[in-house]
Design a protein around this ligand. Structure first.
Ligand code: PEP
Length: 262
């Protein structure tokens, strides 16, 4: 089921790091380190905090950089009495193209349920952007042998009411929660096992066409030293990188994984 050519996608989730001055510096440094060939080989999305987006967009547009601008979160309504929230509609006006939805920190710290996650996916696609849907199990789920049940349940919930076209346009990131920011990484083979079962689930709940097209990422303590092995797995089309994306030199090395043997 993994025969279609899917362009690799490497995403940097800065979380609540880098003010807008630091964001500009980081993007400039990354732009200096990456080549035209790198951008031809991989899509690079960067997801700064909301307050950095306008500065990042202006820089990307002015210097014609090939980064794809992303956000980390959005509200599912277009506007209204939701103090402190930012809508998908507002993000689309900033040329944001990708929005992370259902990150485990949003699910765990801010109580986002599968229903809320589904509503955000609908809002993101309604405004012409691509959701990066995050799914993943806790350590307790994993130790109880419930990894597939948990992850595939999140996938099923998120894909309800999405057309084949909408599903194939999505990105799904498998992020085992015990591997996020902990320095622990799933083995490439373990990640492949879960990710291939996500692809099979997409075939069942949507269609085989969507399953061969949808891009699937791994996330959880990805670094320059482990990316090549992760990307060598047949169903893994990219990575979602947190901590290591804050260091432009390290993130550039991650984006250039295909050039190295280490
Ligand atoms: C993340 O924030 O999605 C993530 C995978 O973080 P880290 O790479 O730091 O584990």
């Amino acid at each position: 089921m993994s025969t279609e050519v899917r362009k690799p996608i490497i995403s940097g989730n800065w979380k609540m790091n880098h003010n807008h001055f630091e964001a500009i510096q980081s993007i400039q440094k990354l732009a200096y380190l990456l080549t035209k060939d790198d951008f031809a080989a991989v899509d690079v999305t960067i997801h700064p905090p909301f307050t950095d987006l306008r500065s990042a967009q202006t820089l990307i547009d002015a210097d014609e950089l090939r980064f794809i601008l992303g956000a980390q979160h959005c509200h599912e309504s277009d506007s209204g009495a939701f103090t402190g929230e930012v809508s998908a509609q507002f993000l689309s006006k900033l040329n944001v193209n990708y929005v992370i939805v259902g990150h485990s920190e949003r699910r765990q710290i801010f109580g986002e349920t599968d229903e809320v996650v589904t509503a955000k996916i609908v809002a993101v696609q309604k405004h012409g952007m691509t959701p990066i849907l995050c799914v993943g199990e806790t350590l307790a789920d994993r130790e109880a042998g419930r990894t597939h049940e948990k992850v595939l349940g999140q996938v099923r919930a998120a894909l309800t009411k999405r057309s084949v076209e909408q599903v194939r346009a999505m990105v799904i990131a498998y992020e085992p929660i015990w591997a996020i920011g902990t320095g622990k990484t799933a083995t490439a083979q373990d990640a492949q096992l879960v990710i291939s079962s996500i692809r099979e689930e997409v075939a069942k709940v949507s269609s085989p066409l969507a399953a061969t097209a949808v891009r699937l990422q791994y996330g959880g303590s990805v670094k320059a030293s482990n990316i090549a092995e992760i990307m060598s797995q047949p169903d893994i089309d990219g990575v979602l990188v947190g901590g290591a994306s804050l260091d432009s030199a390290e993130f550039a090395r991650i984006c250039q994984y295909r050039l190295r043997k280490d």
